[in-house]
Design a protein around this ligand. Sequence first.
Ligand SMILES: Nc1ncnc2c1ncn2[C@@H]1O[C@H](COP(=O)(O)OP(=O)(O)OP(=O)(O)O)[C@@H](O)[C@H]1O
Length: 811
Amino acid sequence: MVAQGITGRTRPTKVKKQAGAQKRKRDHVYVEQLDDAVAELDLKDGAYKDFTDLPLSGATKAGLKAAHFSMMTDIQAKAIPIALKGHDILGAAKTGSGKTLAFLIPVLENLHRLQHIGADAGLGALIISPTRELAIQIFDVLRKIGKHGHMFAAGLVIGGKSLEAEREALTRMNILVATPGRILQHLSQTAAFNVDDLKMLVLDEADRILDMGFQRDVDAILDYLPKERQTMLFSATQSSKVSDLARLSLHEPEYVSVHAEDKSATPKTLQQNYFVCPVEEKLDTLWSFIQASKKKKILCFFSSAKMVRFVYESFRHMQPGIPLLHIHGRQKQGARLDVTTKFGAAKASCLFATDVAARGLDFPAVDFVIQVDCPEDVDTYIHRVGRTARYHREGRGVLFLAPSEEEGMLRRFETKKVPIESINARQKKKQSIKSQLVHMCFKDPELKYLAQKAFVTYTKSLYVQKDKEIFNIKNYDLEAFAASLGLPGAPKIRFLKDDDDKKKKQQSRQELEVSESDEEEAEGKQPKTVRTKYDRMFERQNQNVLADHYKKLVQDGEAEGASDENDFTGDAPNAGKDDDDFLAVKRRIPAEGEDADAQGAENDDPTASKGKVIHLAGASQPLIIDSNRREKLLKSKKKLLNFMDKGKKLIYDDDGNAHEMYELEDEDDFRAKGLPEEQRQKFLDAERDAVAQVDVLDKAAAKAKRKEKARKRKERERGEVGVGSDEEGGAEVADAYEDALANFRADAMLSDDDDGDDDEQPQKHGKKWFQSDSEEESAPSKKRKKTKSIRHVEEPQTLEDMEALAAGLLS
Ligand SMILES: Nc1ncnc2c1ncn2[C@@H]1O[C@H](COP(=O)(O)OP(=O)(O)OP(=O)(O)O)[C@@H](O)[C@H]1O
């Protein structure tokens, strides 16, 4: 947790005490005056324009002045006076319109007027943000405007550090900025963390926090908080449902929606375009776009972390001439923070991101937001595109739409007042990177694996989209998409296969029903579906089972009144006649306590039956079918394997006789050889000697090879060796290979005392094009040193590095 006293001045103790008492008196008078002024606030629209027009504490005014905030934005002018008066607020305003200050100023001021200060006061305000990055940003703004005279202790609780370390500081905090998961963890586990006196709760990006993903956390958090409090919700897209508001116990909330009457839901300074692009052409288009915008600051959104990583790794390898960065939720916190800082400070850079960067983040001067994968809905689109054109600045958004997504998305944009126009790409400038990607995937299995993952996650993201009118997986050419990632074919996708299987099953069931009912009308008509031998077999058996079962029910019912037991365990005499099948019904289940084998003779006795017993080829035990569920089991080959014997590994002696791999020695023979511990020791000594002998030989061989090689090198140097024939060359290669092997072996066995020369060490690891994120973060510096020679593996560390790298690549 980052904790901070917002101010801290030191004076000698005695003077300090007196000054403190005087100050408290002054503050008291001052706070009363502020209270009066707040009570007098005019809530009419446009009553106040400047921060100095509001009854704010000197500390807040000083903070705003130092940060160069003077004129209020619309949402600030409207929301701050209402919030100062203590009302609950539902605030909605366009992206980049200054919502952060709209809730931070009331937080500081209201707690100040309540004199909710110091460790004893406990937590006064809790600000919840959906992402860590946004929480950090809010905390930064709070610090910026709060450090000029306020005495609050403020902290940031976003995880990534030990709970223990946060615990103690947490209990002294007056204001906390937190992510839902982490604060809930403290609420439930940190006993001394007292929130009983909480005065204010703020949910930034409220629509996200209240949606399904955070629902459980937020509900649990609310359970800990006092009901009597001021609650404020802010978002760029107001979509909170009534039920959400009930959960939050809002008290007569004021709806502050400053841009509701505007023609557009997005900033006026934002130019928005879409580009119709089949999925298989997306990467070509993106690459071409980046090539034409090397001096710009670009933020590209994708639907999954795997897509982000694949595009980042592959584009990086192709050296685009602009520093590339990537961010997604699977990175460690440190890496994410590093990326946001670098991108924030960069003049020209391209950041590939998932929606983790879609909300609230305030990167200065982003030129382009490219939405490469279509957002799930218009709200997500608005949040993403809102990373540019912030606070009256200009910016451009480009959305890639697959042809099948165009119509539906445009309709939704119209409803939500998003002005967006179509554009075309300049075909002349378009470059194809397909063959490069194919080549790279071929050369590097890791990249290929990433491409496969990217393909699967993208496909899955389409498949799970809620808006099926826009996203129908059948409308995408997945084979072509896979090829565009450099893959030789579309990877098999389990969920699609499962879906097909389900459909097939449903279809077969329906057809079965149809064929059953049709039978009476048109006998002999065969169903048209493609069926396997096993499908046919099981259906036939099932029909028999059902038919016989039914027959027996009727017989039993007629004969003795069908008992429950017979209903579910009875079997028919002819049920096991189908001997051609590999699953053949041989006997009925034995009665309790009876030997199954002994029942064989009673095979045909219907009254002895309790179920159906089948013998599987390869299984030592008979399988008892006494329920429908078990019967279904038989349809799964995988599950059937559970009933099969595992098999034994056999070895053959010189006479061709099979033996089990491990056979137990005769016990008497074993005992005759001595005590077990002595035998074990003897065995270990013998093995150790054998290894030592081989070791000596290996070392000698390695040394001889090295000598031989050194001799050849010297000969070459002296020019005594002429141009070798192919054969000689081949021999040298073989030598080198042997040499490497010898060294490798010696390496493995000798470890520390290896005296081989380093420059002849074989390279154990193949050339790596990239490292995974975890590797990047956890690799010790020693490792880094080793890979230093592979220039393109290294991440630029600072903006200067990135610019230098970009310049290098450009030249
Ligand atoms: N009164 C102001 N004067 C000048 N700049 C301001 C003012 N208020 C906010 N800003 C600046 O505007 C930018 C956007 O502000 P902020 O991040 O609060 O927007 P937001 O409405 O929360 O956006 P989003 O919906 O994307 O989260 C910031 O860079 C901030 O410093």
